[in-house]
Ligand binder design. Sequence first.
Ligand code: IPM
Ligand code: MN
Length: 377
Amino acid sequence: MKDTGYDVAVFAGDGTGPEVVREGLRVLDALAEGGPAPWRCAQYPGGGQYYLKTGREWEPEGEAAAARADAILVGAVGWPGATLPNGDLAGRALVLGLREGLDLYANVRPCKLYPGVRHRISGAYSEVWSPKNVDMVIVRENTEDLYTPTRGRLRRGGETEVAIDTRIITRKGSERVIRYAFELARARSRGAPEDGARRLTCVDKSNVMEGCRFFRETFDRVGGEFPEIERDYAYVDAFAQWLVRNPEHYNVVVATNMMGDIITDLAAVLQGGMGFASGGNIGTDHAMFEPVHGSAPKYAGKNQVNPFATFFAVEQMLRWLGSRHADARLVQQADRLERALARTLAEGSSRTYDQGGHLTTSEAGDRVTAAIRSERR
Ligand code: IPM
Ligand code: MN
């Protein structure tokens, strides 16, 4: 527990990032009302639009603040036309750069369908899945695999031009994320919706790829330390169908980076779409939290996008800070926020455009802050 409070470095970033982050900060303020806030938020500029203006993705002060902070909150990065000289996305420093630089090895993506939220399997919002079917956490390796910058281009422009991305899977990188997933499976009170099993599913392509074979071997070895957790296996192609056909089977899922990137967005459809998907990028000493929907340039400045992904990112952040510093105050605040979010969503009338409603970004913030004020501390 930190009596002096926790420092949160905030990067609103590009596009709709500032709009959703503004609501996220209002939610933090509402939680802190009536007492000294156990956190301090400081905002720093950065992203693709900032790059177009200044030629820099962010400032040294922001970078230093992120490295010093107890937690980091990022809105979104990416803007049309904002690319670095090497062709990379401008603003990547805030997402991929922080993952690499602060060694944020576990990408933790909760996927739960709350009552009152419509899954997004079809535009018709058919009520195929009910909240009791969807309640899992996907843990994605976040530092290696095809994301390792071991890539390049040969014979540029010629008939025989080749592009190469190298897939790196290491013992250390696999072991730590797999251990994180087993520990999460142990800590989760509810198991899989289907049968309550404390199940951890390893998603890979170990029938073909060596890196995946290695990942699965590591899964089994580390799993030996967690006899109370059921070990489950799925090849990623089959998983893509089972996830949609049978989501209630899944409790905690662990995957390598690239496959994890894909299956987490697929899973987001089950939780109501990207408007609800938050991600924690978690390392040993640092963590960054983000709504994962991206900057949505088309909607920027319209006060229209769904801020719930940011609210869930804030909840994830408070819960992580609370458990890392054994600070019950923050865990209680995370619980209080989750109750307020669940209550607001259950009111059905609190739908933003992506859910077929007309609630604006700031009105969603109004509803949630009101719900927080009526929740007991
Ligand atoms: C994510 C995003 C990032 C990724 C992009 C923005 C580089 O899709 O967080 O899942 O591919 O990891
Ligand atoms: Mn992604």
